[in-house]
Write a protein that binds this ligand. Structure first.
Ligand SMILES: N[C@@H](CCC(=O)N[C@@H](CS)C(=O)NCC(=O)O)C(=O)O
Length: 308
């Protein structure tokens, strides 16, 4: 089986979700360090324009967003599972909440605390990504309000752990645990004082944090971006599974569509649908210099529109 290649950078909190998933599974994988700002000349041609991190590559199949990456890792390596037999839907719902609603509070606190030390090039890059100015004063004003939000969200996790622990849905870590941990990892690294203050007294959450970090990252081996690109050049995309019918938007294989995130970094990726289900859409496209690739996206949080 082709190996897992993760395009990432060390300080990316979303990449930490995937690195930890690979740790939960005890997998060997290839780590490609990408710059934390654009350009990414050996990655963008493979995604077709999607610009966020992490991106997972398996041969000529490219997976964008942790939503589809976690599902795909679980499909390929089901043991131990990243879902729970009695709460599968709740696992994914909690994942979506943790990586969006809760993370918005985490980002505001961290950048409010560290804004002055953020390099100009990074600020310019993220302004282009979000389409909004990086307003340090607004972040500083928001930080105390967001502290209340952060604690409310952490308390949800703590109470769920008290009821169902040692992990959020029982004996094993799921996608929900990993996405919730994103907020812990980023706040702890970005503003340790706020982390100590906002987790004080949440004994279940603190114990759980240690259990998750103990999973580690599996066995990564470094690979250059050029070498990963060469792998895509030589590989053929895997044959897609059969699509699930009755799509909400009437999508079927063969349609030409454009896919983009609905929140930020709305760079459209255009291709021909090869697989569609309520949770995934995959499109075939010609990658500049790498031939045919198939790019996979989650449905939740992504817009699919007809393309010319
Ligand atoms: N919902 C996405 C969010 C990914 C995301 O926002 N990643 C950040 C880095 S942690 C990013 O891409 N920032 C801009 C960049 O690195 O280009 C996911 O789950 O993968």
């Amino acid at each position: 089986m082709a190996e897992i290649i993760l395009h990432q950078y060390a300080t990316s909190p979303y990449a930490e979700i995937v690195r930890t998933a690979l740790g939960v599974k005890g997998l060997s994988w290839r780590r490609v360090d990408q710059p934390s700002i654009m350009p990414r000349p050996f990655l963008t041609p493979l995604t077709g324009g999607y610009r966020r991190i992490p991106v997972m590559q398996v041969g000529a199949d490219i997976y964008c967003d942790t939503g589809v990456i976690l599902r795909e890792i679980d499909r390929r390596f089901p043991d131990p599972p990243l879902t729970s037999t009695y709460a599968t839907g709740a696992v994914w719902a909690m994942r979506n909440w943790a990586e969006r609603a809760w993370f918005a509070a985490t980002v505001a606190i961290v950048f409010g605390a560290r804004g002055e030390s953020v390099p100009q090039a990074f600020i310019k890059d993220r302004e282009a990504l979000s389409g909004r100015p990086f307003d340090l004063n607004a972040l500083k004003t928001a930080a105390p309000l967001m502290a209340g939000q952060w604690r409310a969200n952490a308390d949800i996790v703590d109470s769920q752990l008290a009821a169902a622990g040692p992990f959020l849905f029982g004996a094993q870590a799921t996608a929900a645990d990993l996405a919730a941990y994103l907020n812990i990892w980023f706040l702890k690294g970005g503003d340790p004082d706020a982390f100590a203050r906002l987790t004080a007294g949440l004994a279940h959450l603190i114990g759980w944090t240690q259990r998750i970090s103990a999973f580690g990252h599996g066995n990564p081996a470094d690979m250059s971006a050029e070498a990963a690109f060469e792998i895509a050049v030589r590989a053929t995309p895997e044959s897609p599974a059969s699509s699930v019918g009755n799509d909400a938007q009437g999508l079927t294989p063969g349609m030409r569509v454009s896919v983009m995130p609905d929140d930020y970094g709305r760079n459209p990726v255009v291709g021909e649908v090869v697989f569609v289900s309520p949770q995934e859409v995959a499109v075939r496209r010609q990658a500049d210099g790498a031939g045919e690739v198939v790019v996979h996206f989650p449905r939740a949080g992504f817009w699919v529109t007809p393309a010319a």
